[in-house]
Design a protein around this ligand. Structure first.
Ligand code: F0G
Length: 451
């Protein structure tokens, strides 16, 4: 069986190459830019492999009732739109994807928005959206005979990579910035058996070291410069469109770190439109943390055309990234969909995270930038009350329990950071109280909480 119908196209100069010719660092030999996977058979003119929209919608729905592993994956269920393997039998899956789309009723009410949803990618097998990209790219690595895979990470990519490598019987190498990732994520890499190296540098430094390393050893790079990662990460766009009966929401709001996820979701919606599965695109907006905001700065200064890296600082460690690899791809998605790129403060992130927690969902700090960003866009009149809005929550709340406990115990934010927002913070805080082991003390605690 040959299911493989793709080529790689350079995002910068348009040069094409086959997947197997790509350099170990996935940079174009001619211009140094990143590649994108394209499927020439889908084009209108030569379209002998152009998928039939009606048949696909039916097939993808039928697969939800199938007991076959590949069909149960929310990524490979859509395999007609990611023909990147010679044989789909090589796919390594943990039944990723098919994540829930939740209504955020209370937050919607307070923002005066009729329909606000959270697409919770933290409900994936390793607790983050990275699983959807990892099943795709690691399967390519396996098919091409690699024994070792590697990534530099702020934690979630490494957790996902280590898990999928272990499932495939492969070895994995993780480079992470020492002391700058959440414990939950570090523990996952160890649990799944990765060789885990903590480097005395930041994420951007880890990327530099790994890029050199993979040129010197037969190791397959699984950072999001690897274009196959984005093929998996585009599939939540298909799930969202399917959930709205092949319509799209008005707004999709995504956190921005290395900027691959926003790029991938944009690609997913673009392909759906090109193939006639949906009629239009949602506005895709990217939200960054104030201290790690190179794309937001670039949009403010030059509408996303001139880019300068920053030294990144934020407690949302997942997006503590100053020199994002995919900024050009993300800028194109924002332009093509008429979205925005803005940043939010540490207090805004913490408050938004507590509000998502209070809806019974929870998420990690990096995911909460979406709600913090939505509040700003709404206040600026960029989101109407009748708009359908989807926030992409990228990671599970248990990934970074230390942050959550810090917020509720009052140890997270400085006075300066909370200035002017003390009431909002106090109203959301639910500290764990230490009391006597007696019913009277418990009843007192109940009374105190009612005040
Ligand atoms: N949210 C979470 C929870 C993340 O882990 C990341 C990225 C992002 C958002 C940003 O996505 O990079 O595609 O813009 N985490 C990476 C990692 C960098 O190594 O786990 P992006």
């Amino acid at each position: 069986m040959n299911d493989n119908l793709h080529t790689l196209r350079c995002f910068g100069c348009g040069a094409r190459s086959s997947g197997t010719e790509a350099r170990p660092d996935f940079r174009c030999a001619a211009c140094g830019d990143l590649f994108e996977v394209e499927y020439p058979g889908w084009s209108q003119r030569q379209g002998h492999d152009r998928p039939n929209p009606g048949a696909l919608k039916w097939l993808w729905r039928e697969r939800r009732a199938s007991s076959e592993g590949l069909d149960q994956s929310g990524v490979w269920r859509f395999r007609e739109l990611l023909p990147i393997l010679d044989n789909f039998g090589n796919a390594v899956t943990l039944r990723e994807g098919n994540t829930p789309l939740y209504l955020l009723k209370r937050v919607a009410k307070s923002l005066g928005i009729d329909q606000l949803y959270a697409k919770h990618q933290g409900m994936n097998p390793t607790g983050s959206f990275k699983d959807t990209g990892m099943t795709a790219a690691l399967s390519v690595a396996r098919e091409r005979g690699f024994e070792w895979v590697a990534c530099a990470s702020t934690g979630n990519t490494s957790a996902a990579m280590a898990a999928y490598a272990a499932r495939a019987g492969m070895r994995s190498l993780v480079l992470i910035p020492e002391g700058k990732i959440a414990w939950g994520k570090l523990s996952q890499a160890m649990d799944y058996g990765a060789v885990t190296c903590q480097l005395k540098t930041d994420f951007d430094g880890c990327v530099r070291v790994l890029t050199q390393t993979v040129k010197q050893a037969p190791i397959y790079l699984l950072n999001s410069v690897n274009p196959y990662r984005l093929e998996g990460q585009k599939t939540p766009a298909f799930e969202i469109a399917e959930a709205f009966d092949w319509n799209v929401p008005d707004h999709l709001i995504v956190p921005g770190g290395n900027l691959a996820n926003s790029s991938a979701l944009g690609k997913g919606f673009r392909e759906l439109r090109e193939l006639g599965l949906v009629a239009r695109l949602p506005r895709i907006s990217v939200i960054q943390a104030e201290g790690a905001n190179p794309l937001a700065r670039s949009f403010a200064k030059s509408n996303g055309t001139v880019f300068e890296p920053v030294e990144a600082h934020t407690r949302a460690t997942a997006i503590r990234i100053g020199n994002p690899a995919s900024w050009r791809k993300a800028a194109r998605v924002i332009h093509d969909t008429c979205g925005w790129c803005i940043d939010v403060s540490e207090a805004e992130i913490a408050i938004a995270k507590a509000e998502i927690g209070a809806e019974g969902l929870g998420c990690e700090p990096a995911s909460a930038v979406t709600l913090a960003g939505l509040k700003k866009l709404r206040a600026e009149g960029k989101v109407a009350s009748s708009d359908i809005v989807v926030l992409v929550l990228t990671g599970h709340t248990l990934k970074d329990a230390e942050y959550t406990i810090g917020f509720h115990s009052g140890a997270l934010l400085t006075e300066q950071e909370t200035a002017g927002r003390e009431h909002e913070v106090e109203a959301l805080r639910r500290n764990a109280v230490a009391i006597d082991a007696s019913p009277a003390a418990v009843l007192d605690a109940l009374k105190a909480s009612a005040q």
